[in-house]
Design a protein. Structure first.
Length: 331
C-alpha cells in the first residue's frame, strides 16, 4: 500500500479544487505542480496540533514585548494565556476570526468576568500588535468589547483595624513587614525584591522597580524605619534581601511567604475581612487621601501611569465629606 506524502496530499487537494472551477488535464497539472513542490518541504498540520504559524506569531509578540521592557510576570501571564488560546484554536493566525475568539471565551463560563476580561485583553494586545506590525491584515478582536465588570471599591483597613494588625504582630519581622507595606504603599513584588542596602536610613526612602520596569522613589514613616532597624539589627545572616526566611539556610522571603505572614497576623488580630499585602497598599492610598493628600502625589507614590487608577482610592469617609463641606462652602 502506497503511503502519500504531505506534498502529494496537497497537490491532489489543489488539483481537485481547480478542476471543479475550470476544465483541466488532471495528470498534467499534477506533474507540473509536483515539479514546483519539489523545491519546498511541506508538513501537514494535524487537527489536534497547534498550527506552527500561530506559535511563531506568539513568539514574535512575546519577544517584542520583552524588548519593550515588560516585566517577567506580565510576559509569563501573556505566554500562559496565549498558549491556552493556541491549544484551543488550532488555526493559521490569518484564518482566526471574531467567532473563533467568542467561542474560545465562551468555554470559561466558570470563571469570573474579570478573568475572562483579562483573557480578552491579552488577545487584543496580541492581535492589535500583529495588525500594527502588518503581519495581519485585520484585527479579529477589534469589534469585541470586554464584558462589563462589577465596580468594587478598593478594600482598605480603617485606622482601628490597622492598629489591631500592629498589636497582633509577634515577631520583629512581622511588625517591619506591616510598617513597610503600609508606609510605602508598595506592591508585594516591589517589597519582595528589596535588598537591605537599598534603604537610605538618612532620607528614610528607597527606590523600587515597579510595573513596566519603571523606577520610583518611595518613603518610610518613622515607625517603619524604627521597626525595620530593630529587625535588621537582630539578624545574624549575611543575606542581601531585606526580608528573609526565619530558618536556615536563610534566603529571600518569597512573595507567597510574605502573603502567608500577613494572613497569620490578620488571623491573630481577629479581623474578619481578607487582609493581604495589597490591602495595605489600598490602606495607604485611602487613608492618606482622606487625610488631605494631593491625588497627583499619591499617583506617583503608587507608581500609577493612569490617574484614573488612583482616582478609585479617593473615597471620602462621611466625616471627611462633612469637614470638606464646612471648610469650602461659600456662605
Amino acid at each position: 500500500m502506497k503511503v502519500y506524502s504531505a506534498g502529494e496530499h496537497l497537490i491532489s487537494e489543489v488539483v481537485g479544487y481547480i478542476s471543479e472551477l475550470v476544465p483541466i488535464h488532471m495528470d498534467k497539472a499534477k506533474n507540473e505542480l509536483s515539479s514546483i513542490m519539489a523545491k519546498y518541504h511541506v508538513n501537514r498540520v494535524e487537527q489536534n496540533e497547534v498550527h506552527p504559524d500561530l506559535n511563531e506569531k506568539i513568539n514574535l509578540f512575546l519577544t517584542s514585548k520583552k524588548l519593550e521592557g515588560l516585566s517577567k510576570n506580565t510576559l509569563s501571564s501573556y505566554n500562559l494565556e496565549l498558549s491556552i488560546f493556541a491549544d484551543k484554536v488550532k488555526k493559521r493566525t490569518e484564518d482566526i476570526n471574531s467567532a473563533d475568539i467568542r467561542v474560545f471565551l465562551g468555554q470559561f463560563n466558570h470563571l469570573k468576568m474579570s478573568s475572562i476580561s483579562r483573557k480578552l485583553s491579552v488577545l487584543k494586545s496580541f492581535f492589535s500588535w500583529l495588525t500594527a506590525e502588518e503581519l495581519l491584515q485585520r484585527d479579529p478582536t477589534a469589534k469585541l468589547k470586554p464584558p462589563k465588570l462589577e465596580k468594587r471599591l478598593p478594600k482598605a483597613l480603617s485606622i482601628e483595624e490597622l492598629e489591631m494588625l500592629r498589636e497582633a504582630c509577634t515577631t520583629r519581622r512581622q511588625r517591619a513587614l506591616i510598617e513597610v507595606l503600609y508606609a510605602t504603599g508598595c506592591r508585594l513584588s516591589e517589597v519582595q525584591q528589596l535588598n537591605s542596602k537599598d534603604i537610605d536610613f538618612n532620607t528614610q526612602s528607597c527606590n523600587v522597580v515597579g510595573k513596566g520596569n519603571k523606577e520610583r522613589e518611595v518613603y518610610f514613616s518613622f515607625k517603619a524605619i524604627y521597626h525595620l532597624r530593630k529587625y535588621l539589627m537582630n539578624r545574624l545572616d549575611s543575606t542581601d534581601a531585606l526580608f528573609i526566611t526565619e530558618r536556615k539556610p536563610y534566603r529571600r522571603l518569597s512573595k507567597r511567604g510574605i502573603q502567608r505572614e500577613i494572613g497569620i497576623i490578620a488571623k491573630n488580630a481577629g479581623l474578619e475581612k481578607h487582609v493581604s499585602p495589597h490591602t495595605l497598599r489600598h490602606t495607604f492610598a485611602t487613608l492618606t487621601l482622606n487625610n488631605g493628600a494631593d491625588l497627583v502625589a499619591i499617583q506617583h507614590l503608587l507608581g500609577h501611569s493612569d490617574p484614573s487608577t488612583t482616582q478609585g482610592y479617593a473615597i471620602l469617609s462621611e466625616e471627611r465629606k462633612k469637614e470638606q463641606h464646612k471648610k469650602y462652602l461659600i456662605q
